[in-house]
Design a protein around this ligand. Structure first.
Ligand SMILES: *[C@@H]1O[C@H](CO)[C@@H](O)[C@H](O)[C@H]1NC(C)=O
Ligand SMILES: *[C@@H]1O[C@H](CO)[C@@H](O)[C@H](O)[C@H]1NC(C)=O
Ligand SMILES: *[C@@H]1O[C@H](CO)[C@@H](O)[C@H](O)[C@H]1NC(C)=O
Ligand SMILES: *[C@@H]1O[C@H](CO)[C@@H](O)[C@H](O)[C@H]1NC(C)=O
Ligand SMILES: *[C@@H]1O[C@H](CO)[C@@H](O)[C@H](O)[C@H]1NC(C)=O
Ligand SMILES: *[C@@H]1O[C@H](CO)[C@@H](O)[C@H](O)[C@H]1NC(C)=O
Length: 765
């Protein structure tokens, strides 16, 4: 099982296997409160020595001692040693390690977070001054201008983290912006052997060799950089969302794309202890998802949430297919990706003077020169299938026929990436690509030859031109960055969709945020291509890019409301998110074909930071609720105790999972009727009267009791019940609606999703 960074362009799919694993994560029983961390570590050594036979061997085998969120350790063991450890009374559980692989700035103005505005969230929080954002990623490029500390306040006195030195990274690389830097490789090396630096450039330190961590960190908390651009595209001021927040860097992923669960747990343990306010995690693993109690991200984030730290995760890049969302624990904020109102338009002119518009991120020289254009299927390699050639899949073109020409390719079910087509044409010595595909604003990079993405309609008319002309020609003209109100946000094609395959009654993703063509700082170690050298800024797409946008917003919200729990912050994000554009049209989701977006595409909707700071009502929950959730998931007492950190017996098993106090209601199996309970806390004016309004899902009758909620200075929390009753027996399809609580100022939106299952047809497994 592998975790990977959730970056689209550089998705590395190397699935580490768990067989032959030699690192085990050992969970210990209850950690007595108040016990010194050093003593905890000694206990770990003692337990391990009792199995390995000597204290010396124990010291050599242990790679991490976890002390803060929970008690436990990671050690290099043989399977038989692991089995013997599991029998030690103090040991609750022994799990094999898992390897997880790696998965602008205009976006902030787009969300109305403008530092010049005298009001709004940025002004009230002084751009996140004195917040600390922890980033679990590939490290950081500290020399990037985004990490200058000119305008930064003092390092908060509560900060307990460190700046750890390493290869090409000294204490002087930390400053008032980068206040902590740690790196974790023991789990990775115990599984994969020593990092092989002849395969890829990497630094044994917090220095970022890939760019991913630098990109996410600068998106969340980069200082403003004027005149930033990627080869003059998307130029403007680059800044992070919480541009005066501090950054704590935890490098857990390495240039190969792999991240080890043991390393990730150690980073969570440190981040919890160091005093971060938010943890931003742009990585994950592919479905099938492990049980929450077996998932390093779920375990680490659980302990962070228990300490009041919000963990924000990316939703995955496996869209547009349903049930692909990952990082779906109810205590984390799971972020999908949306487009912004910026695009990179490129014009194509055919030999007959027909002119078409496409999208491109190519800045090279070929502009305004005429080339011969050929259809990929007409120049297939003799051993290639028609479909492979049509989509310009790897190795499918005949070089003799492609050489010197522009190639027209069509997206197919099996090959949907313009970047793959571009590589194929380049290696077949073609000079350009036109890639016809379903509409998406995710523009592929093309460094060495122009690659213009067009829709199928434009692709079809180019094909018809090729078929009816003796000497078909084409030229590319210049690319323009276009910004404007014309384009509303859309859920990105690749953004993973709900419902959750693990806990379908928890709505995921929670929200969407900008994640397409995002400009941010980059690591200049590797040249992007043979014609483009290293760059300071880069444009990337992925839910990896959406996640730090929300991490920054969480830092701002936490700074505005220090007492809010992670559940309260998530509730504020979800209930204030918007689902209609400026013209009142419903948001759409990219896919084939386009469709109106629903909560499985965007959760509550698109984040709206200035609304989230004043949500009116919140749905709060805490540790006891999450423990009930784990019990309802069917985990046994020992697994639940391991998460809670103390002996826990599951009670309340009669409770319905629908009653977890979430800011959404999902009913995967409605049979006749169900009643769902919720509790809201008033965080607006003390005296407030809220009226309910229902947009019922199709086929379902919904009623709320009471219909009015009246708060005053002594009544700050109120319960209500929602009754769902089927009207139509539409078998097995989800329908969607909303419940609103409105006081005239606040519009608290609770997304509803219901699936009716008729008993006659439904066979319980
Ligand atoms: C590192 O990788 C190179 C290239 O694949 C290989 O030749 C070399 O043996 C590897 N070194 C180690 C120490 O594994
Ligand atoms: C902005 O950057 C571009 C490209 O790097 C450069 O050509 C231009 O001179 C810069 N302008 C200013 C005002 O620094
Ligand atoms: C295309 O336009 C150019 C310049 O306007 C003109 O010279 C040429 O004859 C036109 N070609 C066709 C096929 O119309
Ligand atoms: C490529 O096309 C040429 C010319 O039609 C042909 O002679 C050659 O065998 C083809 N090669 C492959 C690998 O298909
Ligand atoms: C509890 O569940 C875990 C797997 O989730 C299993 O490994 C363990 O043996 C179970 N313990 C008991 C006491 O049933
Ligand atoms: C608040 O409302 C409750 C219930 O309506 C009422 O009993 C109580 O007296 C009110 N408190 C104040 C301070 O108005």
């Amino acid at each position: 099982m592998a975790m990977y960074l959730l970056l689209l362009a550089q998705l590395v799919l190397t699935f580490g296997s768990t067989h032959g694993s030699n690192v085990y994560i050992v969970y210990m029983g209850e950690k007595e409160s108040g016990i010194q961390p050093d003593l905890v570590k000694e206990t770990h050594h003692g337990v391990l020595a009792s199995v390995l036979g000597s204290s010396k061997e124990a010291k050599g085998s242990i790679i991490y001692s976890y002390k803060h969120g929970f008690s436990g350790f990671a050690a290099v063991l043989s399977p038989s040693q692991a089995a013997r450890l599991a029998d030690v009374p103090e040991v609750v559980r022994v799990l094999p390690n898992r390897i997880l692989n790696l998965h602008t700035t205009r976006s902030w103005d787009f969300m109305h977070l403008n530092p010049a505005a005298p009001y709004g969230l940025l002004s009230t929080t002084k751009s996140g001054q004195s917040s600390i954002i922890g980033i679990l990623d590939t490290g950081i490029w500290p020399e990037s201008e985004s990490f200058r500390d000119d305008n930064m306040g003092e390092i908060p006195s509560r900060w307990k983290g460190k700046c750890i030195e390493g290869e090409k990274f000294t204490k002087s690389n930390c400053n008032r912006k980068i206040i902590g830097a740690k790196w974790y490789i023991k789990g990775y090396e115990a599984e994969n052997g020593k990092l092989n630096k002849s395969i890829t450039i990497e630094f044994l330190s917090s220095r970022d060799a890939t760019g991913h961590g630098t990109h996410t960190a600068s998106t969340a908390a980069g200082s403003p950089v004027t005149n930033a651009s990627f080869l003059n595209l998307a130029s403007g001021i680059a800044r992070g969302g919480a541009s005066r927040a501090h950054l704590a860097v935890y490098k857990v992923c390495w240039a190969t794309g792999d991240c080890s669960a043991a390393d990730i747990l150690a980073a969570f343990d440190d981040a919890i202890h160091d005093g971060v306010d938010v943890i931003s995690v742009s990585l994950g693993q592919s479905p099938p998802l492990p049980a929450y109690v077996d998932d390093a991200l779920a375990v680490g984030s659980f302990h962070a949430a228990a300490k009041g730290i919000t963990v924000v995760c990316s939703a995955g890049n496996s869209g547009p297919f349903p049930e692909t969302v990952i990082n779906a624990a109810p205590w984390v904020v799971t972020v999908g990706a949306s487009t912004i109102d910026r695009t990179f338009l490129s014009r194509i002119v055919l030999g007959n003077n027909l002119s078409l518009v496409g999208e491109s991120l190519f800045t090279g020289k070929y502009q305004d020169k005429l080339f011969k254009i050929v259809y990929a299927e007409d120049i297939a390699a003799s051993d290639a299938s028609e479909g492979d050639a049509r989509s310009c899949n790897k190795g499918s073109l005949n070089t003799t026929l492609a050489r010197g020409n522009v190639v027209l390719c069509f997206q197919t079910r099996t090959q949907r990436m313009a970047s793959v087509a571009s590589d194929t044409v380049k290696s077949s010595q073609g000079v350009g690509v036109i890639f016809a595909q379903s509409l998406t604003k995710d523009t592929a990079f093309s460094f060495d030859i122009p690659c213009v993405q067009v829709d199928f309609e434009a692709g079809t008319s180019i094909l018809s031109y090729i078929g009816t002309t003796k000497n078909p020609l084409v030229k590319f003209t210049s690319i323009r960055t276009v910004v404007g109100k014309l384009m509303a946000p859309e859920v990105a094609y690749f953004s993973s969709r709900g419902p959750s395959s693990l806990s379908p009654f928890v709505l995921k993703p929670d929200v969407v945020a900008p994640g397409v063509n995002i400009l941010a700082s980059w690591s200049p170690v590797l040249p992007l291509s043979t014609t483009i050298g290293p760059v300071q800024f880069n444009i990337e797409s992925g839910t990896s890019m959406a996640c730090p946008h929300v991490s920054a917003i969480v830092a701002l919200l936490k700074s505005a409301h220090p007492s809010w729990s992670p559940a309260a912050i998530k509730s504020a994000l979800v209930t204030t998110a918007y689902t209609k554009d400026d013209y009142g049209f419903d948001m759409v989701a990219e896919g084939a074909p386009y469709k109106l977006a629903n909560p499985f595409d965007y959760g509550g909707g698109h984040v709206d930071p200035n609304k989230a700071v004043d949500p009116g009502l919140i749905f709060d929950s805490g540790l006891p609720d999450y423990i009930d959730f784990l019990c309802l998931m069917g985990y046994n007492n020992s697994a639940v105790s391991l998460m809670s950190g103390h002996q826990t017996y599951c009670q309340n098993l009669h409770k319905s999972p629908q009653n977890l106090n979430l800011p959404s209601i999902l009913i995967p199996k409605l049979r006749k009727h169900i009643t769902v309970a919720r509790t809201v806390t008033n965080v607006g004016p003390a005296i407030s009267i809220y009226k309910s309004r229902i947009e019922a899902p199709q086929g379902v009758a919904v009623s709320v009791k009471p219909e009015v909620l009246i708060f005053n200075s002594s009544v700050t929390k109120l319960n209500f019940k929602v009754v769902f009753r089927w009207k139509l027996k539409v078998q097995g399809r989800y329908t969607f609606g909303n419940l609103f609580w409105e006081d005239g100022i606040h519009f608290v939106k609770i997304p509803l999703a219901v699936r009716i299952l008729v008993d006659d047809f439904y066979v319980d497994a």
